[in-house]
Design a binder for this molecule. Structure first.
Ligand code: C5P
Length: 403
């Protein structure tokens, strides 16, 4: 892995750990990156700009204007130039300013103009690090999409032992290399995902449902979000929680509610992944009162069919929009799945077979074959649902959305 040609803005703030930013600069440059250092006034008390500019081969920026000739340092240009910004070390004060948009120095101003991903590596004393205020600001940054490189435990500048040491530069470089090596090809794409079961009410206490856990849909949502997509996750009843801030969760109960939410959101979407186990039928009548047991031997419940969400979206689909469905088959699997893909006008169908052990409903693992409308086919071994999600997203979006 390398950082060849990557434009990296290294923000340095006023912490003893600022000496590590010299090592970080050197390692980044050795990996082929172009490093532009932006330092806060307090940062200069801990490391001289001369050291950092010598190592990076670029003048260090600290003020809004160059004192020698009054040239304006454009934070806007820096925001456009960067492939990534990392603030290391980041003090409690700088983290607080970033979290709250207090742009009283060049570093925070640059952060607010940033178009690229931002990483923050905190460094401070253990009490400051665990203070509710610091933790609140770190949480805020995380929910704003900033990548936090957790501080590590060990001896601190105060000679106390605890959590607050800035991560070692070698490890930070490895993290950044890994970050660039991962696909982020869904940046700002809008993806809708249906997940989980639907419950079709019979009366106030009973429903027709199924054993879908929602795990596959939630794994897909996390994967899309972590690749930069804005995800609308329309889910039936499930105990799962979605953690990524780019996931907007819409809770529904019945197939009709899921249908309404899906149709409302679809026009704004680049793609829809239909992984929900939607009930095919619902009771024709829903009783407002609990249905009492009767003496009759037989009880007949009349059912009416629910709309097919995938097929409805297939009809509404505009050029450039993708729909991806699932098929759970027990016999003549590929032929049935292909037929389903055509009937629902899907671009891809993910086939999982109930014949495979560990695949399908409720399990943490799944084994899938992905078929495309153009006749391509890719089969994968049994994997965790998180890894299956990666395979699906990689296969489906590899070239489609990049163009
Ligand atoms: O026809 P079948 O239920 O086997 O098709 C499965 C695929 O269609 C899945 O992608 C599922 O989410 C979707 N589907 C749907 N609405 C329905 C039934 C199925 O979106 N009413």
């Amino acid at each position: 892995m390398s950082l060849q040609g990557k434009h990296i803005i290294l923000g340095v703030t006023g912490s003893i750990a600022a000496y590590k930013s010299a090592i970080l600069t050197r390692l980044l440059v050795k990996k082929g990156a172009e490093v532009q250092t932006v330092i806060t006034p307090a940062g200069k008390e801990f490391i001289t700009p001369v050291t950092l500019s010598a190592l990076s081969g670029r003048p260090v920026i600290s003020e809004f204007f160059a004192s020698s000739n009054g040239t304006w340092h454009s934070h806007v240009d820096l925001g456009l130039w960067a492939d990534l910004m990392i603030v290391a070390p980041a003090t409690a004060s700088s983290i607080g300013k970033m979290a709250n948009g207090i742009a009283d120095n060049m570093l925070v101003t640059t952060y607010l103009s940033m178009k690229a991903p931002v990483f923050v590596a905190p460094a401070m004393d253990l009490d400051m690090y665990r203070h509710v205020s610091t933790q609140r600001n770190i949480k805020k940054l995380k929910s704003d999409g900033v990548h936090i490189i957790e501080a590590t435990e060990g001896e601190l500048a105060s000679h106390l032992e605890g959590k607050g040491r800035m991560e070692e530069p070698e490890n930070i470089v490895a993290m950044l290399e890994h970050f660039f090596a991962t696909d982020h090809n869904l940046d700002k794409k809008k993806i809708m995902i249906t997940a989980g079961p639907t419950y079709e009410r019979i009366d106030p206490v009973r429903f027709i449902g199924n054993f879908s856990s929602g795990k596959m849909g939630f794994a897909l949502a996390e994967e899309c979000a972590s690749r930069g997509a804005e995800v609308v996750l329309i889910t039936g009843p499930t105990a799962l929680s979605a953690s990524h801030p780019n996931i907007l969760r819409v809770n529904v109960e019945s197939a009709m509610e899921m249908y309404d939410a899906a149709l409302k959101n679809f026009p704004q979407m680049d793609a829809a992944i239909l992984s929900a186990a939607v009930a095919d039928y619902r009771p024709e009548q829903r009783s407002d009162k609990k249905i009492k047991r009767s003496d009759k031997e037989h009880y007949t419940l009349s059912l009416v069919s629910n709309p097919d969400i995938a097929a409805s979206l297939g009809k509404l689909k505009k050029p450039g929009q993708l729909t991806i469905g699932f098929a759970l088959e027990t016999s003549d699997e590929e032929r049935n799945a292909t037929k389903k893909m055509e009937e629902k006008n899907l671009d891809f169908i993910v086939l999982n077979s109930l014949n495979d052990r560990g695949a399908g409903f409720g399990h943490d693992t799944n084994k899938v074959t992905i078929l495309s409308r153009h006749g391509e086919k890719q089969s994968f071994p049994l994997k965790s649902k998180n890894d299956v999600a990666k395979d699906i997203i990689h296969t489906v979006f590899h070239s489609c959305l990049d163009s």
